[in-house]
Design a protein around this ligand. Structure first.
Ligand code: CMC
Length: 391
């Protein structure tokens, strides 16, 4: 078996060859299929980005229409799924509900995908993309105790999700273009980020030839954690805590620096970016624009801006290259849009879905072997069993 290399947290271990996303953490650069994230965020739209990640190139107009049309074709979810949602308590965390519903989707589409058939693979991806918007919106409605809305095929993917989430019963609904544009941009920026924790989870589970939906469900659970996608929720909870405590930002920065205190500034730092996260730069601008456009004044958001300033000028954060990350600003936007804090990570999941699917597909098409890390054993040496009466 040879010598085992120990690399806790896989800080320097490549687990696969990939052609999907490239990022340079020192330079703060990110590319989807070779396209700089700045260009994609400015010029593209989420549906097109989903196509790009899944298929490798930007679609022609015909390819776009077919892809978009297929997603609309599957824009419904089996009625029985509603019973599953009904069975959850309203207090259930939306990420737990979303992960369960995604797993449950397997039961309604039990046929294993033949990954070597382009038709079957495309169908599985389009089905999941279409139905996931429902599951995310319905999870949101469940949290608020509101009736579930059906999809509206006259709208694009993001508008459809927005309407399913926010339309009140028996009320006319108007799409607010400022909000939809901000949501579209956020989803684009979250769409893929190479071998992060949830994506590695999707690939790891899928490497056992587990199905796509079940693999994605595992990815959702990984994303839930506060060190990963759950950070966007943790950021707002932290801001509220600081506000309640009197709003002294310096006190909390000092706590974050204190090695005897486990508190960390949520939304700061990144495993790979040791420079400004390029997504955070774009989101920061979108957040600033949105707050002005919606005329929002909010104490927690003011604290966020102070925190950002202090941390960017503080030696501790500069030395360790701890910049505000994507979750710092995305939480701010979601809050400004009135999305409940517990739903933030669901929004992240909706954005990351095409990345998870593209990575799962790539892993299967390249024929990656089953993921099975080794370990360095540190436990007891061999010893003899002692009967319970004699212990
Ligand atoms: N506040 C205070 N100190 C920090 C922070 C922070 N947010 N992040 C890292 N540090 C310190 C850490 O204590 C260590 O200091 P020292 O060298 O003196 O021991 C040094 O910086 C390096 O940190 P690390 O924990 O070894 O770095 P890591 O690559 O293992 O962790 C991280 C990366 C993102 C988990 C971490 O920075 C963190 O916990 N940040 C807060 C949570 C967060 O915002 N997560 C979202 C990540 S971005 C998007 C995503 O993945 O979803």
């Amino acid at each position: 078996t040879g010598l085992i290399t120990l690399d806790l947290g896989y800080k320097n271990t490549g687990a696969t060859l990939s052609e999907i996303t490239y990022l340079d953490g020192d330079k703060g650069e990110l590319f989807y299929r070779g396209y700089p994230i700045e260009q994609i965020a400015e010029k593209s739209n989420f549906t097109e980005v989903m196509y790009l990640l899944l298929h490798g190139d930007l679609p022609t107009a015909d390819q776009f229409n077919t892809f978009n049309g297929n997603i609309k074709k599957y824009n419904f979810v089996a009625e029985e799924m509603k019973k599953i949602i009904d069975a959850f308590p309203r207090s259930a965390h939306p990420m737990g509900v979303l992960s369960s519903l995604t797993s449950a989707l397997t039961a309604f589409n039990p046929k294993a995908v033949n990954v070597n058939s382009k038709e079957e693979m495309d169908l599985a991806a389009e089905l999941l993309i279409a139905k996931f918007a429902h599951l995310a919106a319905w999870t949101y409605r469940k949290t608020l105790g509101l009736p579930l809305n059906h999809g509206d095929n006259s709208l694009n993917y993001v508008e459809n999700f927005y309407k399913m989430s926010f339309r009140q019963p028996n009320a006319d609904f108007e799409i607010n273009p400022v909000v939809v544009e901000a949501l579209d941009k956020l989803l684009i920026l979250h769409a893929d980020h190479e071998q992060n924790c949830s994506t590695s989870t999707v690939r790891m589970v899928g490497s056992a030839h587990t199905g796509l939906f079940a693999s994605v469900s595992a990815g959702i659970s990984a994303l839930w954690g506060p060190l990963h996608g759950g950070a966007n929720q943790a950021v707002i909870e932290m801001l509220e805590l600081i506000e309640k405590d009197g709003g002294d930002v310096n006190k909390w920065v000092a706590k974050a620096k204190d090695k005897n205190d486990s508190f960390r500034l949520m939304g700061f730092g990144h495993r790979v970016y040791k420079n400004f996260d390029p997504r955070a730069k774009i989101i920061k601008k979108a957040a600033d624009d949105l707050l002005v456009a919606l005329g929002i004044e909010d104490k927690a958001l003011e604290i966020a801006m102070q925190l950002e300033k202090v941390a960017l000028e503080d030696e501790y954060f500069i030395e360790r290259k701890l910049y505000p990350n994507v979750d710092f600003y995305s939480g701010i936007i979601y809050r400004a849009l009135g999305i409940p804090t517990e739903m933030f990570t669901v929004m992240f999941a909706l954005g990351r879905l095409p990345g998870w699917i593209a990575q799962w597909k790539e892993m299967r098409l390249k024929g990656d072997p089953i993921g099975r890390p080794r370990q360095v054993y540190q436990g007891s040496q061999q010893r003899d069993y002692i009967d319970i009466a004699n212990r």
